[in-house]
Design a protein around this ligand. Structure first.
Ligand SMILES: Cc1ncc(COP(=O)(O)O)c(C=O)c1O
Length: 442
């Protein structure tokens, strides 16, 4: 007998193909042998474990300063954390943020990281069209589709999602464009690592304003800034906040402390104009868990006030150094086969496009690295295969209905976050062997 599931429930029964692939790899992952370039995990060394432990101790021992930190919290977020975020943005002038602009914004803390805010949006908005870049943040796009949204992707450029291309896409949709719900733009794109330039950012905000006027309802743009504090290339253009540069456009910024502090804290937040959207978001937090864990919010507030400036500088320096080593190794080892390399200027992804080599999960290249070619010479003994390397195949990163579908079969995302640089260089040696194998086993 079946359950009477919603279409979301039905769509969620089977794990998505990428989750299946990662789960299969995780079940028999061998530490210090297999190399995981697939996960978006941060590098363990970036997490200030001792400092976090000290702050927890302080919070627990000073109930007069940190009231009821082990109790339930309010659904908008801990007042101390909200204030700490406001102060941090203004003091660090993040995106050009000023006291005046910040005082016009609402700040809401999600119940469990930026992910929970993205999830809330999928619940709050009437399912319709969401416009995003291709390649896309596959985790959220997959979620949106299970929630009944139609994700329409527009190929991005090195400078990010070009508002002129988005405009053309919207015009080409004809009457269908009436179903536009919102724009979702990852400012340091996951998977490509491309950084959205300020001109495009302003253009996208203007476009959201224009289409809102045209449709007679607000179609905002949500800028997902998960990696924006981690722009580490000194040559990169410093990002500007759309809240500062386009204050009359319907824009919201989604941030997280996951990548700069610790994913386990699950602290994500949204900045934007006060009003019904923020109210609905607060209600949603209440519905799913009352609040983010209050203890974590108090820790985050202390970290922001005292240590975040140095913490972010340290994390950025670490990823910069790795990005350079890995970037050079990519060029040295894979050059003959590569058509394009993106990323490496922010966060911790490179996105590779090969000229002719297929990267999908049934390709010889993938199977060589997963040690599933079926040929012992390449796989090693069946009980104890040679070191394996996992990456995210481009087939999962591009929209299956978009124009990059074929290109995605020759692409991959490589994360230099989790593994140490020497392991990644070793993985690139294996990738070079895999490319040779793929050429002789088409
Ligand atoms: C683009 C993007 N948005 C959001 C998230 C999730 O952030 P959080 O850990 O705050 O839920 C990630 C995590 O990898 C991400 O890549």
């Amino acid at each position: 007998m079946n359950y009477s599931f919603s279409s979301y429930g039905r769509g969620s029964v089977e794990p998505s193909p990428v989750n299946r692939m990662m789960a299969a790899f995780a079940t028999d992952f061998r530490d210090a042998k297999d190399i995981n370039l697939g996960v978006g995990y941060v590098n363990e060394k970036t997490i200030p474990t001792e400092l976090l432990a000290e702050v927890v101790k302080e919070i627990a021992s000073c109930p007069q300063d940190f009231r009821q930190a082990f109790n339930y919290g309010g659904p908008q977020g801990a007042p101390g954390l909200i204030q700490a975020l406001r102060d941090y943005y203004v003091e660090e002038a993040i995106g050009g943020m000023t006291e005046e602009v910040m005082s016009a914004q609402e700040v809401v803390i999600g119940p469990s990281g930026a992910t929970s805010i993205l999830e809330a949006l999928a619940d709050i908005f009437e399912p319709g069209i969401v416009i995003t870049a291709d390649p896309m943040y596959y985790i959220y796009c997959n979620h949106l589709e299970r929630k009944g949204f139609q994700v329409i992707t527009v190929p991005e450029e090195k400078e990010g999602l070009n508002p002129a291309s988005v405009r053309r896409k919207l015009e080409s949709l004809g009457d269908q464009a009436q179903r536009l719900s919102f724009f979702y733009v990852v400012t340091v794109n996951n998977p490509s690592g491309n950084v959205l330039c300020n001109a495009y950012r302003r253009g996208l905000a203007q476009l959201a304003k224009e289409w809102s006027a045209r449709l007679g309802r607000l179609c905002p743009v949500f800028f997902d800034q998960a990696y924006e504090w981690l722009i580490h290339d000194p040559e990169a253009e410093p990002p500007r906040s759309a809240l500062v540069d386009t204050p009359d456009a319907p824009v919201y910024e989604i941030g997280t402390l996951s990548k700069v502090l610790a994913p386990a804290m699950r602290i994500g937040f949204m900045l934007g104009a006060p009003g019904v959207l923020m109210q609905a978001l607060v209600q949603k937090t209440s519905d799913v868990g009352f609040s983010a864990p209050l203890l974590n919010q108090e820790i985050a507030a202390v970290m922001l006030c005292r240590y975040m400036h140095d913490q972010v500088a340290r994390v950025k320096a670490g990823y910069r150094a790795k990005s350079e080593i890995v970037g050079q190794a990519i060029r040295e080892k894979l050059h003959p086969w590569l058509e394009e390399v993106c990323g490496g200027t922010a966060g911790f992804y490179y996105y590779l496009t090969f000229k002719n080599i297929r990267t999908d999960s049934t390709s010889p290249f993938f199977r060589y690295l997963a040690r599933t070619t079926g040929i012992e010479k390449y796989d090693g003994p069946s009980g104890d295969p040679y070191p394996r390397v996992v990456y995210i195949p481009g087939e999962f990163c591009v929209h299956p209905g978009g124009s990059l579908k074929d290109a995605g079969m020759r692409q991959l995302r490589l994360s230099y976050g989790f593994e140490e640089a020497d392991a990644i260089v070793e993985a690139l040696n294996r990738m070079r062997d895999a490319a040779c194998f793929a050429e002789s086993h088409v």
